[in-house]
Design a binder for this molecule. Sequence first.
Ligand code: ADP
Ligand code: MG
Length: 600
Amino acid sequence: MSRTINILPENLANRIAAGEVVQRPESVVKELVENSLDAGARSVIVAVRDAGKTYIQVSDDGIGMSAEDAVTAFERHATSKIATYDDLEAIRTLGFRGEALASIAAVAQVELKTRRRGEAAGTRVRIAGGARDVVEPVGMEPGTAVGVKNLFFNTPARRNFLKSDGTEFKRILDTLQHAAIAWPGTSFTFASSDEIVFDVAAADTEEQRIRDLFGERYFESLVPVREESDLLAIHGYISKPEFARKARTEQIFLLNRRFITSRALGHAVFSGYEHLVEKASFPFFVLFIEIDPHRVDVNVHPSKLEVKFEDESGVYRMIHNAVRRALGTHDLIPVLTSVERNGTFSPEPIPPQAVPGHPQTEMRLAFLRTAPAKGGRGPSTSPAPGGGTELHVVSSGERALVPPAGAPGGGEEPRIYQLHNKYILSQIRSGIMLIDQHAAHERILYERAVTFLERNAPASQQLLFPQTVELSPGDFALASELLDDLMRLGFDIQVFGKNTLLVNGIPADVRIGHEAGILRDLLDEYKDDKRNMTLKPRERLAKSFACRAAVKAGDPLSSDEMRSLIDQLFATSIPYSCPHGRPVIVRIPLEEIDGYFGRT
Ligand code: ADP
Ligand code: MG
């Protein structure tokens, strides 16, 4: 009989287990800070050297440990946080596995000093590579301080796996920021090589903490979110769509104040932005999710970063809806300022003879309700004739000095101009507003199409002369597949022989003269968009329809058409962005314009 199976000595077992808990300096920081927070710390101080590779220290003013506990704490499965299986079913603390201190001590040199409040002296424990060498009394303030030297000194493979100082440092910084956001009532100080990286005082609100950490400007790019149900409560902040970034940064979910990662929940947020952000750019957010700990399992992995929800699709829906609502109820029209413009917008000087009206003319847009109209102060001057200029003037003032009776605001018709047959320009109280006519119409048609597709009460305009449309076999098959939904959209079509459809009617929004084309265009767009699998088929159909049926850049619009476009735009749920995620409206503040002329 030979024996090939060994029971590993505890030291070695710990070192192996440590691999799951302690992967890098950041894991040490995370575990120690979690312990401080679980100990009720009001103040946490973290200091590192060489991105934590040579030294990490975390001190707190929490409850501290007795001398006996200070030693036991380094045993594997030593925890004060759970005792029974039932406790594991409802975790309310950040730690619960009882393995962090054991794991850290297995792969580094650790010194822990701790003093319970009310006890006369503290205890110092020194332990390296899992072997304890000192336990002695020490004088100190109540609380706990853990110093970790030479991480992975006895596991060179691990050490060699570490990334550059810059990368490892960034990870620590992120982790500390997550903790600081989650626990605004606790002050956090982070120092690296004796320099303060950040230092935030205890704050009364999460909002204050975010301002303290990221600054005022950052905060202005956020929209608040709040949603509650029997299942969970969500609150926090999401970025306005135009601030979305190329990198996935600051996507912070705090589940019962624990930072977690979740692809599914991340997707729930993105899908809430619908088409507000372009592909490949990512909104950032901080979302606090509070849920009954019985309904979530945080014991999925030793790193405690992943969780399993009892009802994941319920959580997904809540988050999606919360984001949708938050974005829909906030004024998200981007404001252009010279700082943000980055050359994306450069105003062309308008030839003086084309400037309509008198500069002091009071113009207000009734439909924007930006200002109560002042009775009787209509446009004071008629615009100069626009012959030969680029600026096409189309407003009531073009035809009449005196606005027509019954105009909104007791005689003030908003003035609207079409620029280059592409943009609609309007004055608003705070400056001027530019609207992309195609994008605006797309947004309108998209929302209408979505409603029609859901409602099954199509608005169709019958054609005087039904038209036949011949399609490729592929398109014909696609059209047959979509037939029901096309009818819902307002197409009145029937199969008319091989690969041919007879179009009797088209959606009410489509311009006459474009009947056959729109159907073919729509199918093309739909096929092209097939890669976009995040969309439900109907959303995709609505998007394709909107894109192809909308007025194009280059289409001249009458004043009435523009006005009705704007009215309808502001009646949509998300007027500031087209279904592709591009902006529809930008606002140029008056101060910005004043700046052009040195009037500051
Ligand atoms: P866990 O946090 O999962 O319980 P740890 O190994 O991280 O396991 O810590 C073991 C125990 O040591 C904790 O349960 C706690 O009782 C004690 N402890 C660790 N750090 C601190 C601290 N900073 N303040 C007070 N007690 C602590
Ligand atoms: Mg712990």
